[in-house]
Ligand binder design. Structure first.
Ligand SMILES: Cc1ncc(COP(=O)(O)O)c(C=O)c1O
Length: 331
């Protein structure tokens, strides 16, 4: 495993040549993600088993079967969904950190990687106007980030309500355009949605205020979830108005900027994000409009409100998609 023998030498040459060609493809072909499982079964039959295979043979199966059966999100013809749009530089560096088997498990083992993560996080937090105490972590994607943030939101609601709340069933205000991962999160957390409908699909402070007044049970609300860039239409909710309502109700304000959060870096649209600085938690997907690869970065910020029993610092969590990540700074 540790030595570079003739087989390893051959693999280095073949794999690097393949990687070079892939990086130079112009244009990258779209390929076709969906295949009949029986077709793939036949093409990959016998690869896993007791008999060894020549490395070039395995690379051949990858090149001729596996890769073309995965749609190329970096193809200029890929216009569906919002997966990743990596730059060549990010792909190259991803390759480099893979070769180094780099991980970010803990400061003791990985201060360099964690420091780099923290710098990216600081940049995102500062660009959003979050307080200096804000921090975050890289997780496996926007879905995991929404889950993580709303776990904290529910916990904070429980703590604030104290024992008097007993087994109260919590609810979270969402718009009908909230990403499906938010709804899945609520199911996982056993929390109900108070869905607020708006004619133009933009959730506003006024609409939530009216819905809460009509609903009559504000005590069961744990959070308001706003979207900064809806998946279907890129709409940025009325973040300032929603932050004000959340503050008035004393509930957590979560902003899902997984898709649109990168717009914070564009001076031409920055004003549309006014109010994001009040978020208690914020999700940004750098593998979308920040052009990192899937293995790259994903940020969220979790800030615990002041603990009545004694001042409590902001929670800082940072992890990396598919690279272990861990929770290096979760003080
Ligand atoms: C608004 C929004 N939130 C969350 C997600 C989920 O992100 P991920 O696919 O990284 O889990 C998406 C994905 O498109 C999204 O558009």
């Amino acid at each position: 495993m540790h030595s570079v023998d003739a087989v390893t030498e051959q693999m280095i040459r073949s794999v690097l040549a393949y990687a070079e060609n892939r990086l130079r493809l112009d244009p990258v072909p779209l390929d076709r993600g969906s295949r009949d499982p029986a077709e793939l079964d036949a093409a990959m039959a016998g690869l896993l088993g007791d008999e060894p295979h020549n490395a070039d043979q395995v690379l051949g199966v990858y090149a001729s079967v596996v890769a073309p059966a995965v749609i190329s999100a970096d193809s200029p013809r890929f216009l569906g969904f919002i997966p990743a749009a990596p730059t060549k530089a990010s792909l190259l560096f991803d390759m480099l950190v893979s070769c180094a088997s780099i991980q970010g498990t803990s400061w003791l083992e990985a201060a360099g990687a964690i420091h780099a993560e923290n710098q990216v996080l600081r940049l995102i937090a500062d660009t959003a106007g979050l307080p200096a105490a804000a921090g975050g972590c890289f997780v496996s994607g926007g879905s995991a980030a929404n889950l993580s943030a709303l776990v904290v939101a529910r916990e904070v609601a429980r703590r604030r309500a104290g024992p008097a709340a007993g087994e109260r069933r919590w609810r979270v205000v969402v718009s009908e355009d909230a990403h499906s991962s938010v709804l899945s999160t609520l199911r996982i957390l056993d929390v109900d949605a108070l869905t607020v409908h708006t004619a133009d699909h933009r959730l506003t402070g006024d609409a939530v205020r009216a819905a809460v007044a009509a609903d009559g049970d504000p005590g069961s609300l744990a959070a308001i979830v706003a979207t900064a860039g809806t998946t279907n239409a890129g709409i940025i909710d009325d973040l300032d108005g929603l932050a004000g309502v959340a503050r008035g109700l004393g509930v957590w304000f979560h902003v899902d900027g997984a898709y649109g959060g990168a717009g914070l870096f564009a001076p031409s649209v920055r004003a549309r994000y006014a109010g994001i600085e009040h978020a208690d938690s914020l999700v940004v997907d750098p593998h979308k409009w920040l052009f990192a690869p899937f293995d790259g970065v994903e940020s969220r910020r979790l800030r615990l409100p002041p603990d009545p029993a004694g001042a409590r610092a902001a929670a800082v969590v940072l992890a990396v998609r598919a690279r272990g990540g861990g929770l290096p700074r979760c003080d």
